[in-house]
Design a binder for this molecule. Structure first.
Ligand SMILES: [Zn+2]
Length: 125
């Protein structure tokens, strides 16, 4: 445990990045809410009497497919929300902005574009 602990980066304003992270968090939570809303509107539990509107009554592979896609999308959004939480922790403990892999500082431009980035570009690719 001889971890080099460089301390919080002087060139990053923690408050600014916390705000960016919070913004991103709100945006993603809205996306999840939108997905959910879509689901409940398009839910196929609807009364069978409305089926005359469908070109293919009976099975609805498209609906099912879309719902699975939504689930996958929500899953990935949840993953990002988790990354954001981790980033908030890093801001608070002064390790924010350092690559999790090589320990080098992540360029500010990358952090502004992707405030929850865990690795620098070379390590992420
Ligand atoms: Zn790196």
């Amino acid at each position: 445990m001889s971890a080099v602990r460089p301390g919080a980066r002087a060139d990053l304003d923690p408050a600014r990045f916390l705000a960016l992270l919070e913004q991103e968090q709100i945006r993603l939570q809205d996306e999840i809410r939108a997905l959910r809303a879509q689901d409940s509107v398009g839910g196929s539990v609807a009364s069978p009497g409305r089926r005359e509107l469908d070109e293919h009554p009976g099975d609805q592979p498209t609906d099912l497919f879309l719902r699975e896609q939504d689930a996958a999308l929500e899953e990935s959004i949840r993953g990002e929300l988790h990354e954001i939480e981790q980033a908030v922790h890093r801001v608070n403990d002064g390790t924010f902005g350092y690559c999790a892999r090589c320990g080098k500082p992540i360029p500010v431009e990358r952090l502004e574009y992707r405030p929850f980035a865990v690795c620098c570009v070379p390590c992420a690719s």
